[in-house]
Design a binder for this molecule. Structure first.
Ligand code: PMV
Length: 318
């Protein structure tokens, strides 16, 4: 049996992170410059049921039975076998690699899950459709941050820009005119569960101030949707910057993110914001494509450990 190899991209949140957890809309897009990959190989010489997993990025080289039940890779494998009603997996080896930075707001966990779920279901001769892949990946996402909105698994599964509202059918975003985004990595990592948890605590104590911020963010997100669909990219920069200011008010930015935000703006980006859970991880800047390298260089000079230039465009792989 030939090896099954599947990749899944990273993602950025263009508008609406955090608010999306509370049912407000958000916009996200795939980032194909980074990816997670899962390769499944039959291992007919191994004992029946022996599943060996290697994930060199996280130093993992173990048999499935030796991993804790709550390990995300175990959860993903179990989600697939339970869904497909497969009780005994054929002996195989699974190799996971990823170029997506971990805990940086680029969707590394969801991308690994999506790639693994697709590869394993194909290996079992029962490839799953996108809706199933996304909902199984969502089960794994719950391990990473308790109350995920589902935006990461959705945009990564469909590999298309999406306008996402929690628990509503996926809405693919038609992009009137492609636009260029520079991603800058602060190099600081902060688990999404921390910032999401802090806001949940603040919400429980007094939801009104958060509601006010989320209402404003939702207005920005809806305006951004219209601008993206209509190809009015000039409107997007100020909307991004306004979204960042609300995220600052919510307390999920950080000095490093704000520093890169300022550096991008000074280098000519028409707008910028943090992207994802915040307090570290990545920020994004909207640029003219001809100006992308200048902004990327400015971000690096300001301390970004990595920059990626990506284009948000209509088509996806599926
Ligand atoms: O996984 P991250 O760090 O890109 O964050 C996802 C966006 C949040 O809105 C902060 C959380 C969520 O589940 O939507």
């Amino acid at each position: 049996m030939p090896a099954i190899s599947v990749s899944a991209p990273g993602k950025i949140i263009l508008f609406g992170e955090h608010a999306v957890v509370y049912g407000y809309p958000a916009i996200a897009a795939p980032v194909i410059q980074v990816k997670a990959k899962a390769i499944v190989n039959a291992n007919p010489l191994a004992a029946p049921g022996n599943i060996h997993i290697q994930a060199p990025n996280i130093g993992l080289d173990a048999d499935l039975v030796d991993l804790p039940a709550e390990h995300p890779l175990v959860t993903a494998i179990q989600a697939v076998t339970q869904f497909l009603g497969v009780h005994h997996l054929p002996a195989c080896s699974i190799r996971i690699t990823s170029s997506i930075p971990v805990a940086a707001g680029l969707g590394s966990g969801a991308a690994v899950s999506v790639a693994l779920i697709r590869a394993l279901s194909a290996f079992l001769g029962k490839p799953l459709d996108n809706d199933c892949v996304s909902s199984l990946a969502y089960q794994v996402e719950k391990l990473y941050h308790g109350t995920p909105s589902g935006i990461d698994n959705t945009v990564i599964t469909y590999e298309q820009p999406v306008y996402f509202v929690r628990e509503q059918p996926i809405c693919r975003l038609s992009v009137g005119k492609p636009f260029t985004v520079v991603i800058g990595d602060t190099g600081e990592s902060c688990p999404t569960a921390i910032t999401v948890g802090d806001l949940a605590q603040a919400w429980r104590a007094n939801p009104e101030p958060l509601k006010r911020e989320f209402d404003q963010i939702a207005r920005i997100t809806d305006a951004a949707r219209q601008a993206i669909e209509g190809g009015n990219t000039a409107e997007l920069g100020p909307l991004m910057t306004a979204n960042h200011q609300h995220l600052q008010t919510l307390g999920v930015s950080s000095p490093e993110l704000d520093h890169l935000f300022e550096a991008a703006r000074s280098a000519g980006a028409s707008g910028a914001k943090l992207s994802g859970g915040g307090r570290g991880g990545n920020m994004i800047a909207l640029v003219e494509s001809s100006h992308a390298q200048i902004v990327a260089n400015a971000l690096q000079e300001a301390g970004a450990v990595r920059t990626i230039v990506t284009e948000v465009k209509p088509q996806g792989r599926r």
